[in-house]
Write a protein that binds this ligand. Structure first.
Ligand code: HEM
Length: 499
């Protein structure tokens, strides 16, 4: 089904080479399709249009800007991978990049400005000796930056110890304070990133670095929303960003120079190091939380899935240990629970917009340079030809004869984007979501909350419509499956150093 549905204004129609078969929708010349545009949850509307017009690509013109929406996996491969040299730009956001000062973030920039890790490495002239600790800061010092953001190497192993520790610390926090699971998840993901990026320990409550980072990153979600373009607010948000980049970096540098004189007298490009750690926080904190939170929501509605996963976990782990990364291959069903979550409720339903850098032509249609290209991951992950009954949460769809069924398309091929801008941290991100979810399933019963009268409180199943989609709030009851499970959690959290 390779069709293009061109939704054009009459003005645009004279300039765009339209194939005679294309169908058009009546629009106002200046606004183009502005009045058709949904004000939230755009992925549903784009998918509806795709079905309505039997087209896997939708072309829109909104206030003079062309938008190309890709609704199938095949089109995302065709454009973002096969034609990646011209489909890897990013639309420039004056609000986020200029006013709020985030233009250092290579994820918001044109391809190539900071993607060449060798260039970054050359900028980071740090002495080689460190105290032997592995974290982003120290690996910069060692000149190993590319191992972090380039997906070619399996150095994700470096991320695993802090991820395991953050997950296990979270289990203990859930026992001690069982309410507000979303807050625990946010703490866990921040802890993991701060320890990977800076090698800093975080406090179990009210950690200053986490507070600083959240203040800086939260406004990014609002800045993307229409109507948020208030310059005064942007200045304030910019100050939060400066604080976020500066404070944990200063603490980490101090820690290094106390233990090792290497950090003191070098011509380092401190700004670059701060910024790259900031990029990790921006990219990693909310996304991980969203995936785990969606999984909890799914498990609340599907206790039978949780039971089945627990059976598998018990068979593999017994009752004397919590999961490790090395168990992944022995846990196909539990892994399917995590992947099915990422399909069922994708973290970023529209991924991140790309920008077309040169005029292009496809099956007789012309796409003008500057068009914004949107990858509708929601549509791709809910394609009923690939995932029958797509709205249902069914980990079994990935299992055949008790094993992972590799003939079903792995959702990870879609939910991290495609082409040159594909999430560079995907080999770290999935394991970090996985270890948290399987640890929770192994150790806890996860149930719907009940009120004082014993009535079940249904969870809020709504998601915030934003670049990253997270459940609003999750009312649930999480408690250790047994006394042995509780003892195991406390004992594992007490082992503080996984490095
Ligand atoms: C479950 C977790 C995550 C998901 C689902 C996710 C998803 C994505 C997606 C969809 C994109 C856009 C890809 C495209 O434009 O085609 C992206 C880009 C990016 N992600 Fe992730 N991500 C996750 C975790 C992380 C983490 C943990 C980090 C950092 C530590 C990170 C750093 C980045 C960066 C820097 C980019 C921009 C890349 C570029 O523009 O070249 N992400 N991610």
């Amino acid at each position: 089904m390779f069709h293009v549905y061109l939704c054009t204004s009459t003005v645009d129609a004279t300039r765009t080479l339209l194939a005679s078969t294309s169908r058009t929708k009546k629009t106002f010349p200046l606004l183009g399709n502005l009045l058709d545009m949904p004000s939230g949850y755009e992925w549903f509307t784009f998918l509806k249009w795709c079905n309505e017009y039997e087209s896997d690509i939708i072309y829109l013109k909104v206030l003079g800007t062309s938008m190309i929406v890709l609704n199938t996996y095949e089109t995302s491969i065709e454009f973002l991978e096969s034609r990646s040299s011209i489909y890897s730009g990013r639309p420039w956001s004056t609000m986020v990049n200029d006013l709020m000062g985030w233009k250092f973030n290579f994820g918001f920039n044109q391809y190539g400005m900071e993607h060449n890790c060798n260039t970054i490495r050359q900028k980071l002239i740090f002495e080689k000796e460190t105290n032997g600790q592995r974290n982003l800061l120290n690996d910069h010092i060692c000149g190993n930056f590319e191992t972090y953001f380039l997906p070619v190497i399996d150095s994700a192993d470096l991320f695993k110890p802090p991820s395991v520790k953050a997950a296990r610390d979270m289990l203990q926090r859930c026992i001690d304070e069982p309410d507000d699971i979303l807050a625990k998840l946010r703490h866990m993901s921040s802890q993991s990133i701060i320890s990977i990026a800076y090698g800093l320990e975080v406090a179990s409550k009210d950690d200053p670095y986490i507070g600083i980072a959240e203040r800086a990153v939260v406004p990014l979600a609002f800045a993307g929303a229409p109507g948020a373009f208030m310059v005064d607010l942007a200045k304030k948000w910019n100050a939060y960003r400066v604080e976020m980049l500066g404070k944990p970096f200063a603490a980490a540098k101090e820690a290094i120079s106390q233990e090792n004189k290497a950090g003191q007298n070098t011509a380092i490009d401190e700004q670059s190091i701060k910024e790259i750690a900031g990029v990790m926080y921006t990219g990693g904190a909310d996304t991980t939380v969203s995936a785990i939170a969606s999984c909890i929501l799914a498990l609340l509605d599907h206790p039978e899935v949780l039971r089945k996963a627990q059976q598998e976990l018990d068979n593999v782990l017994g009752s004397s240990r919590l999961p490790e990364f090395s168990d992944m291959d022995s846990l196909p069903y539990s892994t399917a629970v995590v992947k099915e979550t990422m399909r069922w409720r994708p973290v970023a339903p529209l991924n991140l917009p790309h920008q077309l850098l040169a005029d292009d032509e496809y099956r007789g249609y012309r796409f003008p340079a500057g068009s914004i290209v949107i990858e509708n991951a929601w549509a791709m992950l809910h394609d009923e030809n690939v995932y029958p009954d797509p709205l249902c949460f069914k980990p079994e769809r990935f299992i055949k004869d008790g094993k992972w069924d590799s003939s079903v398309r792995d959702p990870l091929k879609i939910c991290f984007g495609a082409g040159r801008r594909i999430c560079p941290a995907r080999f770290m991100a999935f394991p970090s979501v996985w270890i948290t979810v399987v640890s929770m399933m192994a150790a806890f019963d996860i149930r719907k909350s009940v009120d004082e009268l014993g009535n079940i409180i249904e969870p809020d199943r709504n998601f915030i419509s934003s670049l990253v989609c997270t459940p609003n709030y999750i009312a649930c009851k999480i408690k250790p499956r047994s006394k042995e499970a509780e003892a195991l959690i406390r004992a594992s959290a007490a082992v503080s150093d996984f490095q």
